[in-house]
Structures are given as structure tokens and as C-alpha cells.
Design a protein around this ligand. Structure first.
Ligand code: GDP
Length: 749
């Protein structure tokens, strides 16, 4: 191995060992390895060629020494030789310092100074210098060793142990000795321990140290553990038992306590009640004296098992009488009702695109929230120096209230127009992460995609979440999308910017599966409210004559409701209020229900009853698919009800499965691997167990059986196994994620 390879493969332990033997190596000779010799010869020739006629100004030895220093780097060697010998810089009055320390490479010392960047001393010591230096070092070491010996002797006098044994017999002695030698020989500038230093004995005689020599040197033998013979670890004791010759000692016996002399007084201090205890006891006595019945002084017994059971019973939600049903024909009631159309939408887009601000502004302009509330929020926002956040906080208010479980106030994410009652699903706030978005999208009739038109922002959004969000909402079954091109006020409402963004976005939306007839674009400023509820009065945007965002929402047809199917609802929230010990909310996925109905909670399989319900906040006797409801439950323990569970018709329940087949669109490479399954608010761990087939995207026919891998963009039939039983059935849409990335989405078969 050449020296250069050795540098690369430097081994810390090896270096330490080799360093120890360096002196001998130096004295044995400075022979180069054959490899080094060859490199040296080649390098010398190259340097001489590079120097040309100037080569005569330097000796071969100087070249070799420079090459050696620079690890045969020709350029550095030439630069050094030129600056040093051929055209040296003018001498400064400051005298160059002598080399002070050496660095070692694979056992060979290297001067740290003298070459480029150094002080100008010769690059490497001559052999004679080296010999002299080595001798000097040896002499220094000798004196250092003597000093060490002297110190050791003094330490022995002081020590509580027999260090001579440690020195001779300890397996560490060799290595320790080496280190001592190394430090003594190399730590130039540092003073080794010398007899001039005050010894421990002398120190112990100083008035500050009150431990007498006797105490230190003659301890109670049983109190001191023999460091040479360490006590077996508890693991060793378990395996081999206690050595018979070792008497078992209490932990406290092992070390003499420095305050042993004071022990009696210390113990005394805790043997009596403290002054505080005395005062408290006296106070208690006075308090109890006034009472008719004396408090028994015996220790108070814990509550009996019966009492605990009684108390627990008291905590249980009372089995209320079953709620009465009006036995309505819900579907005909629905047809008769003059209710407004209901629609839910999700707001997606890159973080900071302005989603929350836009929704806050929409609600303000519609009068759902008042200016006073916004003003209050603005003041709060001002305190943290972010006034513009006030509108975005409008939506957060509700989630905070819900989190505290006090009120059920869904007013702030609902609004009505003349024709439709809208619900904003998954109020964005700062919950900008994908599982929430999947949950929202799984219930949405349509989506608003918010795009920041600011310079560079659109482009970075496109690289960021914009595309993934669009793909996800499409995968979850959303087919209608309104693209709000936002913050156009920051680019002076330039029509070119709007057109450019529209062009690019419609391109990727159509490849994602959104039809052009279901895609519309609105130029807006969420912050100022332009083109949200009212048409912008800014002349700079007079080029736009289309609909406002609200008109676009109104023009959107909600999805067809699966009214005739068995009742299903995914639980979005579980909470309680003063009147109702257990309430759930969500959007009915399929079927209908009415007050008094029994419903089944899956996967717990527990039955509950509908005590009362709210549809779009108003009390109602019944509800149908597509409506957002709050159901107040009775006759069920809350422990059986969780967010993500499904409530269903007990007569036609949703099955709980451990595996399912999915027709999936791959966003990433798919193979047998661990995945997280997301459906609405439900998240479950699972794995892709097998890939049955690759499918044609358009016809759905099998193009390849049992492929090993599915490439991004392909459609495949895959089998997913779950860790737990989960309520799932054909027709539902799920998303598969892995390592925080969405890897596939599809339809259960
Ligand atoms: P989100 O992360 O998508 O919900 O974005 P936010 O609603 O929190 O908005 C991010 C930032 O953009 C905030 O500082 C807003 O004040 C600002 N912003 C939002 N909409 C507009 C707009 O139309 N014009 C301007 N100039 N700034 C806006």
C-alpha cells in the first residue's frame, strides 16, 4: 500500500499504535517503499520538466523533499520550489519561526511549517537534523518519564490502593503507559508533572482540605472496593452466582461517606418531625377539636371495591329509554321538502397560496361573520406582527372551539346562497397536510384550487403541492374544479399572467382527468375580495367579464346522491355538549336515516340510537345522503365511537375486512410494500400483498398478469392486506401512502 493510500485508509487505533513505535522506525532507517521510490522518480522528472531551465537552481534532494511533503503533487511542488528557491519573495524582517510540532502520517513525521503557507523553514529536516531531534526527544522523554516515576511514587504514598500492582499487572498498564509516554513526548509546551508541583500530601496539609492523611491512606478495608477485582455485574451474578470468596456487601458499605462523622446528627435531623410538621399537626388538632365526632387516628382505609364499582356506574352514560321513531318515509319527505340544494367543497392548493384568507374574506363578504369579529382577529394578528392573517384565522376559530369540545358551532364554515347551502369541507387553516385533504376530498362535490399568481409563486406551487392536490382530489372522485387564480393584485391584474397560468393549469388538469367542461378559472384577490362575492371594481381587471367565484360555486351541480342505498356515514368528529353526552358529525355518504333509528358503529360493532339530529345546523327529523349532519347518540359507550369509524344500517352493515382488492392508479413505483391506507378520516396500516394485473387505463382490461412492479402512471389491480379489521366495501375510494408520500389511489372492487 502506498503512503497515499494509507492516508486515505487512516485507522485511528492503528495510528496510535504506530505512533508509539515511530522512534524506532526513524532510527531503523528512512527507506522508501518501492512504490514510493517509483512515484518519487516520476515526480522528480515531471517537476524538472515543469521547471525547464530553472531546474538547475534546485537540487534533486530539494525536489524530492518538496514532493514528499506535497504527496507527489507536481503543481504544488513546482509552486513551492519557484517561490522558495527560484524567485523567492523579498525577505521580511520577521524571522521565520522554527518548526514546533509535527503531524504524523502513517508513522512518518511531517513538518507543519516551512512549505507554502508556513513560515519559510526548510520543508523537511535532513537526516542529520532528524537524528538530533530524535535524540533530543528521547532525552526529554527520559526526563519526563523520570518525573512521572517520581510522581507515581508520591501518588503511591498517598493512594488508597496498591498502585504498584496496577502498574505491573493491569492489562491496561501497557496501553496506559504508551499514552503517558506519548503525551510526555509530544505535548510540547505543556509542563509534565514535576516534583515542583505540590503533591497531594502537601495539598492535604493545607488548611482548606480537612481530610487527614490517615483518613485517606488507611481506610476501613471492608469499605473500599478493590478496583482490580471489580464486583460482578448483576447480569454476571444472575449467570454465575456470587463468587464464594466475596462477601456480599451492602451498596452503602462500599464507599465511605464523607459526612460519616456527622451521621448521627444527620440521622437525628430526620428522626423527629420537622418544625413545619409540628405546626401543621397543631393546626389540625385545633380544627378537629371543634368537631363533634373525633377523626379516628387510624390510617384511612381505601374505598372498598363495591364503592368503586358504584362510582364507576355513576359515571356511565345512563341507558336512556330508546328514542321514539316517527317512522317517516324519508325519501318522500325529502322529495316534498323545499330544502335548498346542498353542496360541499374542498379548498386545496400550495401552502401560502391564500386559501384561508380567501375563505375568510368570502365569509366576511357574505355576512356569515361580521366585521367586528374580523377586527378582533386583526388586533390579535397585529400583536404577532401578521395583520394579514386575520382573515385566515376566521376558519381556525371553529376548529379551536371544537377541539375544546364545548360548543358545536359549525356556522363559520357554512354559508348559503339563494339556491344552495354550502359547506366548506376541511377548513384549511394551517392543517395543510395531505391526510386531512384526502378526508375532505372524499366528501366533496367539487373543489376550489387556489393558485398564487405572484411572480415565481405559481411556478414553485406547480412544482410543490398544486399538482399532487389536483391528482388526489380527482382520485377521490371529485370531477368539478374551480381554479381561483389568486393574488393577481400583486401583478397589477395582468391579463397575460392570468392567461399564462390558465394555459398551463388546464394542461395538467386535463392530463389528471378533469374534463374541460368541468374546469373554470376566476381571477381573484382573496385579500381584497375582488371577484369573490362581488365583481372587481378595479379598472385594471376590466378585461375579465366572467363569473365571480360565488357564481361559479352556484353554477356547480353537486354529485348525485346515493339516496336509495343502505345508510353509511363516516364519522368526521366525535364530541359532546352540555345537552348531549355523545355527538358525531359527518356527511352522509349513502342512504337516509331518521330520529329513533338504530345505527351500527363499525368496526366496534356496537349499536347506538339516534336521539336527535341537526341537518345543516337546524334540528331535523331525518337526513339523506349528501347532507352534513350532527347526530346525537344514546345508549352507547363513547369508547366504541372514534373519528374515521363508519355508522351504518344495522340490517345492512358495512363489512369489516382484513384485505381488499383495489383498482389503483400508481403515483409512484408499487411493489409488495408497507403502505398506509386512507379513506376519509380513516387511516390504517397495511401492505401491498400482491399485484394481480396491470390494466388498460381506458377499457380496464387486463394487459399483463402478475407484474412484479407497477410504474407511476399505470393502473393496476392490487391486493392490500390490513393490520386490523377495517370497515370497507366495494365502490369506496382509498389512497395509499408510504413514507409521507402518496403512492396510489383507487377504487375498491
Ligand atoms: P394558505 O396557506 O393557502 O391558507 O395561505 P394564507 O391564506 O395563510 O395566505 C398566505 C399569505 O398570502 C398571507 O400573508 C395573506 O395575507 C397573503 N394573501 C392571501 N391572498 C392574497 C391576495 O389576494 N393578495 C395579496 N397581496 N396577498 C394575499
Amino acid at each position: 500500500m502506498s503512503r497515499h493510500q494509507a492516508v486515505r485508509n487512516l485507522d485511528y487505533e492503528e495510528v496510535l499504535d504506530e505512533y508509539d513505535g515511530y522512534e524506532e522506525e526513524e532510527e531503523e532507517g528512512d527507506e522508501l517503499s518501492s512504490e514510493d521510490k517509483a512515484l518519487m522518480a516520476q515526480g522528480t522528472a515531471e517537476v524538472q520538466t515543469a521547471l525547464g531551465v530553472e531546474a538547475s537552481k534546485v537540487t534533486t534532494k530539494q525536489i524530492e523533499e518538496a514532493l514528499w511533503h506535497y504527496y507527489y503533487d507536481i503543481d504544488k511542488t513546482v509552486t513551492y520550489l519557484v517561490s522558495k528557491f527560484i524567485s523567492p519573495p523579498e525577505k521580511t524582517p520577521k524571522a521565520p519561526k522554527a518548526p514546533k510540532a509535527t503531524q504524523t502520517t502513517n508513522g512518518k513525521p511531517r513538518p507543519l511549517v516551512g512549505l507554502l503557507g508556513g513560515s519559510g523553514s526548510p520543508p523537511k529536516m535532513s537526516k542529520l537534523q532528524k537524528l538530533a531531534a530524535a535524540r533530543k526527544k528521547k532525552a526529554e522523554e527520559k526526563s519526563a518519564q523520570e518525573a512521572m516515576e517520581q510522581t507515581r511514587t508520591k501518588m503511591t504514598e498517598l493512594s488508597v490502593n496498591d498502585t504498584s500492582r496496577a502498574k505491573e499487572n493491569s492489562p491496561l498498564a501497557g496501553a496506559f503507559g504508551k499514552r503517558l509516554k506519548t503525551s510526555a513526548s509530544t505535548a510540547e509546551g505543556r509542563n509534565p508533572l514535576t516534583p515542583a508541583e505540590p503533591s497531594r500530601t502537601e495539598l492535604s496539609q493545607q488548611p482548606l482540605v480537612e481530610i487527614s492523611n490517615e483518613q485517606v491512606t488507611a481506610p476501613e478495608p471492608k469499605l473500599v472496593p478493590d478496583p482490580e477485582k471489580a464486583q460482578p455485574s448483576s447480569f454476571a451474578q444472575t449467570l454465575f452466582g456470587y463468587p464464594s470468596d466475596t462477601p456480599r456487601r451492602k451498596r452503602t458499605e462500599l464507599y465511605p461517606l464523607p459526612y460519616a462523622d456527622f451521621a448521627p446528627s444527620v440521622l437525628d435531623a430526620f428522626s423527629k418531625p420537622s418544625p413545619d410538621d409540628v405546626v401543621l399537626a397543631a393546626q389540625a388538632k385545633v380544627a378537629t377539636a371543634g368537631k363533634k365526632t373525633a377523626v379516628p387516628q387510624t390510617k384511612k382505609k381505601g374505598p372498598s371495591a363495591d364503592a368503586v364499582a358504584g362510582e364507576v356506574k355513576g359515571l356511565k352514560i345512563e341507558d336512556a329509554p330508546l328514542p321514539k321513531s316517527k317512522n317517516l318515509d324519508v325519501l318522500s319527505e325529502f322529495e316534498k321538502s323545499e330544502r335548498k340544494k346542498t353542496a360541499s367543497f374542498v379548498v386545496v392548493g400550495h401552502v401560502d397560496a391564500g386559501k384561508s384568507t380567501m375563505m375568510g374574506r368570502l365569509l366576511l363578504d357574505l355576512g356569515v361573520i361580521d366585521q367586528r369579529t374580523v377586527e378582533k382577529l386583526r388586533q390579535e394578528a397585529e400583536k404577532i406582527g401578521k395583520t394579514s392573517f386575520a382573515l385566515a384565522w376566521v376558519l381556525d376559530q371553529r376548529s379551536e372551539e371544537r377541539a375544546r369540545g364545548v360548543t358545536i358551532d359549525i356556522a363559520t364554515n357554512r354559508f348559503e346562497t339563494e339556491t344552495t347551502a354550502f359547506t366548506i369541507l376541511d377548513a384549511p387553516g394551517h392543517r395543510d397536510f395531505i391526510p386531512n385533504m384526502i378526508a375532505g376530498a372524499s366528501q366533496a362535490d367539487f373543489a376550489i384550487l387556489v393558485i398564487d399568481a405572484g411572480p415565481g409563486a405559481f411556478e414553485s406551487g406547480l412544482r410543490g403541492q398544486t399538482k399532487e392536490h389536483a391528482l388526489l382530489i380527482r382520485s377521490m372522485g371529485v370531477s368539478r374544479i374551480i381554479v381561483a387564480i389568486n393574488k393577481l393584485d400583486t401583478v397589477e391584474w395582468l391579463q397575460e399572467r392570468f392567461d399564462e397560468i390558465r394555459h398551463q393549469v388546464s394542461g395538467f388538469l386535463s392530463t389528471t382527468g378533469f374534463q374541460a367542461k368541468n374546469t373554470t378559472f376566476v381571477p381573484v384577490s382573496g385579500l381584497n375580495g375582488d371577484n369573490l362575492v362581488r365583481k372587481s371594481s378595479d379598472p385594471a381587471v376590466s378585461w375579465y367579464t366572467g363569473a365571480t367565484l360565488l357564481e361559479e360555486l352556484d353554477n356547480s351541480e353537486p354529485n348525485k346522491r346515493a339516496l336509495a342505498k343502505p345508510f353509511r356515514m363516516t364519522i368526521s368528529e366525535v364530541f359532546r355538549s352540555q345537552q348531549n353526552p355523545l355527538s358525531i358529525s359527518g356527511r352522509i355518504d349513502a342512504g337516509s336515516m331518521q330520529m329513533g333509528d338504530a345505527i351500527l358503529v363499525q368496526p366496534s360493532g356496537e349499536k347506538a340510537y339516534v336521539k336527535s339530529l341537526l341537518v345543516d345546523e337546524a334540528p331535523s327529523d331525518w337526513a339523506v345522503a349528501g347532507q352534513n349532519v350532527v347526530i346525537n347518540l344514546s345508549n352507547i359507550d363513547p369508547m366504541h365511537v372514534r373519528v374515521g369509524d363508519i355508522v351504518c344500517d344495522p340490517a345492512k352493515p358495512i363489512p369489516c375486512v382484513e384485505s381488499f382488492t383495489l383498482k389503483a392508479l400508481a403515483f409512484d413505483f408499487l411493489m409488495p410494500m408497507q403502505v398506509d391506507v386512507h379513506r376519509g378520516r380513516l387511516h390504517a396500516a397495511g401492505k401491498i400483498e400482491s399485484i394481480s394485473a396491470l390494466l388498460d387505463k381506458v377499457t380496464g382490461s387486463v394487459t399483463k398478469k402478475k407484474p412484479k412492479i407497477v410504474k407511476p402512471g399505470m393502473v393496476a389491480r392490487i391486493v392490500v392486506k390490513l393490520g386490523l379489521r377495517v370497515p370497507l366495501e366495494a365502490g369506496q375510494r382509498v389512497v395509499l401512502r408510504s413514507g409521507g408520500e402518496t403512492v396510489a389511489a383507487g377504487l375498491l372492487e
